[in-house]
Design a protein around this ligand. Structure first.
Ligand code: HSE
Length: 307
């Protein structure tokens, strides 16, 4: 039963891993893509318009990720005899570690679910999104907003959403070059020493405790990682220097955002100074970058218009 013919959904960018929480932790940020979906025209007809980030490069055929997510929902409810019109307005840069593919997936699933009368609950949408993305740490905060802890059991996600201290600011430094998640995942070994696993378990626990109790002084230690960042360092020239520059300018800690190459500083003060210091440190390695000062998004994917 279709409730609406058109919907527009806003989806936040996300920063995953948050240092030691590989494939587990994620935070939604105040940077957004929009997906407008209309079911119209004869079956099989598809129109996709893209503006903003990826306007020149994103596919506008059956490979488009938003379209694939829309079709996942429509197929499940048997709504296959319809044309699909999509208009995508993207502010989240592609292949920079800010969850652009998760935003596409969650946007498509949420828009299609709204159009079919919310036949699926949020947990079901999260499971579908995770199956499409391969891991839950970006799709969970993109869907729910806030700070999320996601655990996989078989194909199902158990997700906790927690509030963060109000004074926490996120400063992301985005280099001009792209890094595919596939390539960044290939850099990680399949086996790690037990002591490195212990190193990460302790810091992930400390990070969740620090963020939820407001003991932000622990963040410098808590954001450290041995499961992925050391292996990805060679893919992000100057990474240790940029971490150091962000901290020297006032950040409590810095981590790779998702699979990179963007680097995320966690700070309670002087966000601009932190961003400028990180951009200067990238520039010292002949890499052009820019920074954004972001807050935590608590709304997640949201229908902003329906008709
Ligand atoms: N946890 C993922 C990774 C996030 O680090 O590969 C990127 O999608």
């Amino acid at each position: 039963m279709r409730n609406n013919k058109q919907v527009r959904v806003r989806i936040p960018a996300t920063t995953a891993n948050c240092g030691p929480g590989f494939d587990t932790l994620g935070i939604a940020c105040t940077l957004y893509n929009e997906v407008a979906l209309e079911l119209t025209g004869p079956a099989g007809q598809v129109e996709i318009g893209v503006s903003g980030e990826g306007a020149e490069t994103l596919p506008t055929n059956s490979r488009n990720l938003v379209l694939r997510a829309v079709r996942t929902v429509l197929d499940k409810v048997g709504e296959t005899q319809t044309g699909i019109r999509l208009s995508l307005v993207n502010a989240i840069p592609l292949s920079r570690g800010l969850g652009s593919s998760s935003a596409a997936i969650v946007g498509g699933l949420t828009a299609a679910n709204a159009i079919v009368g919310n036949r699926f609950n949020q947990a079901e949408i999260l499971d579908m999104a995770t199956e499409m993305e391969g891991h839950p740490d970006n799709v969970a905060p993109a869907l729910y907003g806030g700070f999320t802890i996601s655990v996989m059991t078989g194909g199902q996600v158990t997700c906790l959403r927690l509030p963060l201290p109000q004074q926490l600011k996120l400063v992301v430094c985005i280099p001009e070059f792209r890094l595919s998640t596939h390539k960044a995942r290939q850099a990680i070994p399949t086996m790690v020493p037990h002591k490195d696993a212990v190193y990460n378990v302790s810091r992930a626990a400390l990070l969740v405790g620090a963020l939820t109790s407001g003991n932000l002084d622990c963040l410098g230690e808590a954001l450290n990682d041995k499961l992925h960042q050391p292996y990805r360092s060679s893919l992000i020239p100057g990474m240790p220097e940029i971490f150091a520059a962000g901290r020297a300018a006032g950040a409590m800690g810095v981590a790779i955002s998702g699979a990179g190459p963007s680097l995320m500083a966690y700070t309670a003060e002087r966000p601009q100074a932190v961003g400028e210091a990180m951009v200067a440190a990238f520039a010292a390695k002949q890499i052009v970058s820019r920074y954004l000062c972001l807050d935590v998004d608590y709304e997640g994917a949201k229908v902003v218009e329906s008709a």
